[in-house]
Design a protein around this ligand. Sequence first.
Ligand code: NAD
Ligand code: USQ
Length: 387
Amino acid sequence: MRILVLGGDGYLGWPTALHLSQTGHEVAVADNFARRQYDFELGVESLVPIESLQTRISTWHRLTGKTIQAYIGDLMEADFTYDMIRDFRPDAVVHFAEQRAAPYSMIDRKHAVYTQVNNVAGTLNVLYAIAEIDPEIHLVKLGTMGEYGTPNIDIEEGWLEVEHKGRKDRVLYPKRPGSFYHLSKVHDSHNMEFACRIWGLRATDLNQGVVYGQQTPETALDDRLATRFDYDAVFGTVLNRFVVQAVLGHPLTVYGKGGQTRGIIDIRDTVRCIQLACENPAERGEFRVFNQMTESMSVADIAETVARSFPDEVTINNLDNPRVEKEEHYYKVVHSGLVELGLEPHLLSDTLITSLFDVTKRYAERVDLDAMQPRVDWRGALGGERR
Ligand code: NAD
Ligand code: USQ
């Protein structure tokens, strides 16, 4: 298949592009390097050094003989988006290209507006381009488990059968997310469902849990193919942060009681899920939703699992929670769709955690300890930096 990976320079987009190329697909990537720019803005960088997109692509070509085409531009620019889709003529578009950090979206008004405009308008341009150029193209879009929030009932895969006053219907599962970033994904989901229902597009919304890990078989082939590994309080995700903290002897930063439970997934399963979604497209007119996670864990359990795998003393520090979220709640998620397509999950294991320790030790001198402290506070209408 011809697969266009939007956001192909990012943490997940790059390993996904390599995996799809390795499994025989014709791959192109697109990116505007916004992610590299946020690093400059925040004064942080990936723990693992990353090469330019051009070096990554030429290294892959030298090692495997496979070619990945690159489109450098912004999805907010409709002309760029249309020209790219006309030029590459993909069978599937995999869309990772959004601002993806909840704390970044909660810094202030400017960052909230940027996040929602970038994410929602970028996706609208993609939907229009597909509808006008070739409605057969399958859109595989990264959503998030955080769209659902933490409801007091089981979380279904995107849709809910309801019975109300004796009548039945199938409706989009109600959403109650926890940040302006997570809300941008809810808005995207509604726009995609509308485009499928009204224009007959085909789309898969992958509500992914928190990703952990840094290597896939393809990125491990050469240091120049490495993907980023963020540990700072804005872009670092919880398990990756805890591993870096454990190696450095820094207390693990559990927000509040740590009872908040999340769906999690290994980066090796992320790339496989995308492959499965592309190779088994949704039907024309179908808005298909999968919950892309493999297990649920509370933040406290994640901290204890990391601490247990570490030979030295690791302390756990329960910080005042800078976010507004339930720290004790029901959490039961249906996530069978991707397993039915053939996913064989890697569950969190000591081996994975130990391999992350090795990556962290290798680059430990690059860590900026100040970047570990959460400074973005959800409270109050203005959110903003903690002083
Ligand atoms: P990332 O920030 O590393 O990658 C996103 C890429 O998209 C970046 O390279 C960025 O430069 C690019 N981009 C952003 N806006 C763009 C635009 N307007 N035009 C062109 N390129 C643009 O993020 P990631 O961790 O790889 O996440 C990828 C996707 O997966 C996101 O949509 C995110 O919401 C979703 N997701 C991530 C996780 C996680 O734990 N990392 C979990 C669930 C869902
Ligand atoms: N947390 C801590 N300590 C930390 C960091 C986080 O206790 O040092 C807690 C948070 O309070 C939260 C949970 O861990 O309850 C997850 O936080 P996170 O920063 O790992 O994840 P989140 O903000 O939800 O965002 C990440 C990705 C985002 C993706 C989402 C999937 O950045 O792109 O959409 O995970 S999900 O959580 O399923 O919505």
